[in-house]
Design a protein around this ligand. Structure first.
Ligand code: M6R
Length: 614
């Protein structure tokens, strides 16, 4: 949460910062600000609202070679200009991502020393602390501050007597940096560095990066030089732009066929059978260094994640249990460590995260390690904290996901679970070679079924118009559709602000049916053939109470037309592959409903893309 950027070099830093903040805005968009070295001092401009509002306030004559910028998602202190970053005290000006947990105690100590904060933020306390410790040596100061600060932080710090230099330190919250001929850049994620370089490094925790116009020096807290571990991205700027789409979310929905193919193709290999006549497709995890023994040495699996990533986990549970016959539980990461979980070395904990930064998921992973469990993460962002701290990583190759609502990351996460389930079912002898090969062919085919759904955009627009004035809505489904209903519901809620609930369809009559009245929309997922007749009965139940039913089903399913107002057909496929096309249909409904309601689809109120606080 919160976007951070710093630049020192041969360009106008104000321009670099404003562009960067635009690219990082999805990390938080309550308020924004920049601080730049100018006219022998440091000048700060802040604004409430989006980066566009800040841009309006920055005069053309604001020219500087070094500065820092921040876009905020409020934690401590409301949304106001005084609480916006950068914060300064004495010689120190800084921006921060994270939460200083002991800020109350620090504030008390600093007040005794005669200092008085002007904002309600933990960040200003950090600025006051660092200034109180500063006598000209930035390294000693930062080291002393680190000893006192508790919580998570990524800081970019300017000292007014060290022009054109930026110091950075982090614990927990992410920071990446690169040095180019144009100057040195630091940011909270790679998206903001891309216009300068594809090569970058992740600032290691508890290391100080000193950025000057020509280089970045990385040292540990003993001031020993450390060589940064360079990484590079395979995608370019255009991957993080809208490319003609009205919103990032729509672009990302349409990118799913590619994202899925990029994720599965490197893990599917063709083999010729012993009789040299038949070719087989087999899942292969050598590029991930995930050994088959990982699944043979365990007797239970726990999947833990947040939000949409957790919903991918619900689907993973169905697949893994069905194919491997190993018990799987799915836990919300924010609850996991407080419920005294049972884990040992025979437990495999799978964490799922697009960003690889989600604080609760990271904490769950750390607990799993402490308790001796084996860990595997499914992560989209290379080198992120969750990826680095897991025993094994399965990278999804969805590319950058900018819209707050997760779409292509979700279907890429599903793909990871399919590949893992197929590989380990095959390795354990639960699936024969020809069975797994058939499954993999069908997995390739989900791309075609998604393309079919995407062709129905006009129909989704029409359905969405019916939902413009809706206040409450229900998603129902059985089996895999019940897991998918949860995802449909969060997608709709977060971007349309319509209250919705996801229900296992058979559970309706145990309470929820009392909420079904004339005209209430119910999105009925009916893609699973083994429970289709039961699902039809549940549709009858809501229909009898006057519900407006939108049914998502396969082309070949026979359902009386009197049971729905709208029927969305997805291509007929084996049940276990239906969630892909159905998920895209749900994303399209959410997208067009939000757009029809005139809402900010990509940056819904109160939310942010990466949740790096608990
Ligand atoms: O980066 P992560 O996958 O760990 O994020 C988890 C959730 O915050 C995220 O999926 C969230 O629920 C999405 N905004 C939903 O669309």
């Amino acid at each position: 949460m919160c976007g951070i950027i710093g630049f020192t070099g041969h360009l106008n830093s104000a321009e670099v910062l404003l562009k960067g903040l635009g690219e990082l805005e999805y990390r938080g968009y309550d308020s924004a600000g920049i601080a730049c070295f100018m006219d022998g001092g440091i000048r700060i401009i802040k604004s409430v609202g989006k980066v566009a509002a800040l841009k309006e306030k920055v005069p053309a004559a604001f020219v500087s070679s070094c500065g820092i910028g921040h876009t905020r998602w409020a934690t401590h202190g409301g949304v106001s200009e005084v609480n916006a970053h950068p914060h300064s005290c004495g010689k120190v000006t800084l921006i921060h991502n994270g939460i200083i947990e002991n800020y109350h105690e620090l504030e008390h100590e600093l007040k005794l020393g005669g200092r008085q904060p002007s904002s309600q933020t933990d960040t200003e306390i950090a600025a006051m602390l660092i200034d109180s410790l500063y006598y000209g040596d930035a390294y000693q100061t930062i080291k002393a501050a680190v000893d006192k600060l508790e919580g998570a932080y990524a800081f970019c710090i300017l000292f007014s007597d060290q022009p054109d230099v930026i110091y950075c330190i982090r614990k927990g919250s992410p920071l990446v940096a690169c040095s180019t001929e144009q100057g040195s850049v630091v940011a909270s994620d790679m998206v903001a560095l891309l216009r300068y370089s594809k090569d970058y490094f992740i600032l290691p925790e508890f290391h100080i990066a000193k950025l000057t116009k020509t280089s970045i020096t990385l040292t540990d807290l003993n001031e020993e030089r450390v060589e940064p571990e360079m990484l590079s991205v395979t995608w370019d700027m255009s991957a993080a732009q809208k490319n003609g789409f009205k919103h990032y979310m729509l672009k990302e929905i349409y990118e799913q066929p590619e994202a899925i193919t990029r994720t599965i193709a490197p893990r599917i290999k063709k083999y010729t059978g012993e009789d040299s006549k038949k070719e087989y497709l087999l899942p292969d995890l050598t590029c991930d260094n995930i050994p088959d023994s990982l699944f043979s040495d365990i007797n239970r699996i726990i999947i833990t994640a947040c939000g949409t990533a957790m919903h991918a986990g619900l689907m993973g549970k169905v697949l893994l249990e069905r194919l491997l016959r190993i018990p799987v539980t799915v836990d919300i990461a924010s609850e996991f460590r407080y419920q005294d979980p049972i884990m040992d070395r025979n437990t495999l904990v799978i964490t799922v995260s697009q960003s690889g930064e989600t604080a609760d998921t990271l904490a769950a992973l750390r607990l799993a390690h402490e308790m001796g469990a084996k860990t595997l993460s499914i992560v989209n962002v290379k080198g992120s904290a969750i990826a680095r701290e897991s025993d094994y990583v399965f990278y999804t190759h969805a590319g950058p996901e900018i819209a707050v609502a997760s779409t292509k990351a979700y279907t890429a996460q599903l793909s990871a679970f399919y590949i893992l389930a197929f590989r380990f079912a095959y390795a354990k002898g639960c699936l024969a070679k020809n069975e797994v090969s058939n499954y993999l062919q069908k997995l390739y085919d989900v791309v075609l079924s998604i393309e079919e759904v995407l062709k129905q955009a006009d129909y989704f627009k029409k359905i969405s118009k019916e939902l413009i004035h809706t206040e409450n809505l229900f998603f129902i489904g059985r089996g895999m559709d019940s897991a998918l209903a949860c995802e449909g519901s969060i997608k709709l809620k977060e971007i349309t602000y319509i209250h919705s609930e996801a229900y296992a369809a058979g559970e309706l009559k145990h309470g929820t049916l009392s909420l079904i009245t004339e005209g209430i929309p119910v999105i009925a997922l009916a893609t699973q053939s083994n429970v289709l007749s039961k699902m039809v009965s549940n549709m009858k139940e809501v229909r009898a109470r006057g519900a407006m039913v939108i049914c998502i089903t396969t082309k070949d399913a026979v359902i009386e037309s009197s049971l729905y107002d709208f029927r969305i057909d997805i291509p007929a496929t084996e049940d276990i592959f239906a969630p892909y096309a159905a998920a895209v249909a749900l994303q399209m409904i959410a997208y067009y409903t939000s757009a029809s309601r005139g809402l900010d689809v990509d940056q819904p109120r109160n939310l942010a893309k990466s949740v790096t606080v608990e």
